[in-house]
Every structure is written in structure tokens, then in C-alpha cells.
Design a protein around this ligand. Sequence first.
Ligand SMILES: *[C@@H]1O[C@H](CO)[C@@H](O)[C@H](O)[C@H]1NC(C)=O
Length: 306
Amino acid sequence: MHHSKTVALLWLTSALLFFSLFQMARRDSDKAPSGTGSVIPIRDRRSALYEKMAGDLDEKGPLFLNHGHTSQSLSLSDIFTVKDDGSVAPVLKAANPPVRANVLYLSTQYSVRISEVLKPILDPYFDKFIWFQNSSLYHFSMFHASHHISPVPATQDEIEAEAATVRAVVEGLCPLKIVLDRVVLTSTGVLLGCWQVMSGSDPMTVRAKLRTALPRAPEKQLYDVAILHTSFARLLGEPKASSMVLSSTLDQIHFFHELVDRINKELQGFEAVVTELWYVEEFDVLALALNGRMKVRKFQLGCSRH
Ligand SMILES: *[C@@H]1O[C@H](CO)[C@@H](O)[C@H](O)[C@H]1NC(C)=O
């Protein structure tokens, strides 16, 4: 029981950063038009958001290094366990009711290349205290029909109807041509890819259409309406002792900045095209992130007139 509470709390913690940004950005979200004329303002808004996310590590320090020893600074490592062979495995916990998430999907055509850049940079420091996002499951969270914080239970029939509604929305959306703006490490140890949109349906439009189509969905969503991010990896503990001694928080922050800079040098400007939206029932908490149980319905962005 205590453990399940911990997991729920962790889930909340990892969402918290985005909640606050969401609240900030919410006021003017209605004003932002979704037509092509708004490309520059939305772009600036996204950059500002990513800048603020990058500042999170400076502000709070690397909370994930505390291994969850104190209740104040819960670490994501609490949702992982170290196996006998030394590798980490997620501790899966059933989501009840299952979470229903709409996510844009990044094809392995791109994700595998990103993962191949990340591993040689990160592995030497975090050979086991790191969890890489499964490169078959890189995704951009868009809109939840139900989430852990505000569950919206649904019958099987209601879920089928919901999926059909989403399919209809997706037919009217256009593939997104995107570019990696920057990679950011949060204070909770999540390494995020933060993207800009060059053409196609803007995430703000995607979310607005899903919101209209899914009126029962939680009023409070987890992310800023402008954000387009995907989780690459979760750092679960200190860099290997042999690699360096990081005595102060400032040393640690400096080290992580350099690491993220190296990743950015390789990945900034990486381009991709997103052509699928997935309607995912997650039967385990963070199933998409932790290889949990889930049911996926895949819809092609159709770009048809409607
Ligand atoms: C990664 O995801 C794919 C697709 O869901 C799955 O087949 C594969 O087993 C996963 N890999 C791991 C290591 O869990």
C-alpha cells in the first residue's frame, strides 16, 4: 500500500513541472490562433517553455541523486529495482482505471538514430543507473482521456466510441515535420527531447481538437498545450564513482550541463516527420515509459478536408 502511494506520488512529481508551466501558459492559450499565421509566436512560446524547463535543474539541483532517501526529494529510482545481474528493471504497478492517452508516435526510423547517439554518451557514466526509453515507443504526449490524477472510468463500449472519435479527429490532422530544438535534463533526472514544429498540425491544434472531441476528458491536463516533447532516458543515480567526485551541488549541475551540451551538439536540429497518433490504454502506471502492459490503437494522420 505504501509502495503504491509512492508510485502515485512519483508520477505526480514527474508531472508537476509541466503542471506549473501549463498554468502559466494557460491564460493566453485561447488567444493563440491555430492557422499558419501563428507559426512564429507559438515557436517563441515553445522556446521560452523549453528555456524554463532547462532552468529547472539549476533551480532545484539534481534531486534524482538523492536516491529517494528522503521523503522530500523522491527519486524516480523508486519505480525501478536492481536485478541480480545488476541491470535495472521497472517496478510496474497496475493503473486502475487504465490511463487513456493520446500520443503522437515517433517512428523507429528516427528514434533508433537518436538512441544510438545517446547511449555512447551516457553509458560510460551511468552503465546501470539509467533507464532508456524503449526506442520502439518514443512518443509525444498530447491529451489524456483519463489520467492517474483525475481518472475518468469508461466501459468497453465507451472506450470503443472514444477511439472512433479520436480516429475521426486524426483523419483531419496533417503529418508534422519537426525539428529537435534542444535536449533538457530535469531536476528529477528525466532527459527530454524538446521539439519545434516546421509544418503540419501544431500540437496546440491537436490538443484543441481532441479536447472538443472528448468532452469528458480531465479538465486539467498534464502538460502545457504548446509542448512537444519526448522522454529519452531517466537517470537513476550518481554517475559512476570512478569517473569523478562531484562534491558540491554546483559541481553536479556543472557536470550535467556539460553532458547535456554534448548531447545537444549531436542532436540539435535533428529532423523527423510524425505520421501517427496512438490511442493508448495503459494498464500499468507509465506503461509507455516503462514497457508496461498496454493496448495501442494506431491512427494515420490523414490531412483530409472535413
Ligand atoms: C520495446 O517495445 C516493443 C514494442 O512494444 C516491444 O516489442 C519490446 O519488447 C520492448 N522492449 C523491451 C526491452 O521491453
